[in-house]
Write a protein that binds this ligand. Structure first.
Ligand SMILES: [Zn+2]
Length: 183
């Protein structure tokens, strides 16, 4: 551990060190050298980058023009660059629509949810599916399921839930969960 800390504090640690420091300022749990979940760290980076972009856009649009350095022409050019597109939203954000259908009266309740990454269970291998592929993991995630759900329209407590993409990302981050916890 000591050796790892020493090598991390060496010259090769420059850029990564700045990133780690920036993340630790907001999420103190990443400030030391304890081992952490890589996916949790990635989510923190993405959230922070999104917040920083929003803050920078707000600051630039709200600052009075006469406080911006440069000539009037420079100021207008600078201002026209805002708002910046958020790289996280532009590249990674996607939307999944969850639909819950009552088994008795067929009443449908929908809920849209935005994500930057998709957590999937590691695909299960079987005789019919010897190679556990990402496709299988996606099919497992999107398959319909029976759930317990109190319908608002009738007294039924059983429903079917389905999920579908309603907005696709340019690049999808897939997180494969190796472990499954029994409830
Ligand atoms: Zn119902």
């Amino acid at each position: 551990m000591r050796q790892a800390e020493q090598s991390l504090s060496g010259k090769h640690w420059g850029v990564s060190s700045n990133v780690k420091q920036a993340i630790s300022t907001t999420a103190a749990r990443f400030s030391g050298f304890m081992q952490h979940d890589a996916q949790e760290f990635l989510c923190q980076c993405l959230d922070q980058l999104k917040d920083d972009t929003e803050r920078a856009n707000k600051r630039a649009l709200n600052s009075p023009l006469d406080e911006t350095p440069g000539t009037d022409d420079d100021k207008m050019k600078l201002r026209s660059r805002y708002p910046h597109d958020c790289p996280i939203v532009k590249n990674f954000e996607f939307e999944v629509m969850h639909s819950i259908t009552c088994k008795q009266c067929r009443e449908v309740v929908t809920k849209a949810e935005q994500f930057y990454d998709l957590s999937l269970d590691m695909p299960r291998r079987s005789h019919s599916n010897p190679i556990g592929s990402i496709q299988t993991a996606l099919e497992q995630f999107f398959r319909e399921e029976g759930i317990e759900y109190a319908c608002g329209e009738c007294d039924c407590k059983q429903a079917i839930v389905t999920h579908k993409f309603t907005k696709l990302p340019r690049v999808i981050i897939i997180h494969l969960k190796r472990y499954k916890f029994d409830a």
